[in-house]
Design a protein around this ligand. Structure first.
Ligand code: HEC
Length: 116
């Protein structure tokens, strides 16, 4: 073996050792997967009575009333956009004819929130 190939062989050997040391490192740190239990609080909030509150019951198909009521106050146009997002993005079964009633109802709640 000439000097060049000896050097090359040493470098290869060093690379192999370094490579396997690295692989061993990965083996020594396995990913641990544990099961956990999460108790979510039950929501007791309900929509306040008023014109539209019956239709608002449809919003409860997917989430709680508290989830809707705890959002920042919105204007009627913003509520329309929000309701249409629920329809187009998440498939909420809200009719075209119900959007006006619902947005009036939720805008009214928003106004009450702001005057508190
Ligand atoms: C088909 C299921 C479905 C229905 C029905 C539904 N929503 Fe939602 N809504 C969702 C999902 C999914 C989210 C997003 C939840 C999250 O990001 O954690 C959401 C989030 C929201 C939010 C939080 C802000 C946002 O845009 O993420 C508001 C406010 C809201 N919905 C209002 C309503 C109202 C009002 C109604 C009834 C008119 C309604 N939703 C009906 C599925 C629905």
């Amino acid at each position: 073996m000439n000097t060049f190939s000896t050097t090359l062989a040493c470098m290869l050997a060093a690379l192999l050792v370094a490579g396997s040391a690295h692989a061993q490192d990965a083996k020594q740190k396995p990913i641990a997967i544990h099961s956990v239990n999460v108790d979510l609080p039950a929501s007791t909030a309900s929509f306040p009575p008023g014109p539209g509150s019956d239709v608002a019951g449809k919003c409860l198909i997917c989430h709680s009333a508290g989830m809707v009521l705890k959002q920042p106050a919105l204007t009627q146009d913003q509520w329309k956009a929000e309701i249409n997002k629920m329809r187009s993005t998440y498939g909420a079964p809200i009719l075209d004819s119900e959007v006006e009633t619902l947005s009036t109802y939720f805008a009214g709640i928003s106004q009450q929130q702001q005057s508190r």
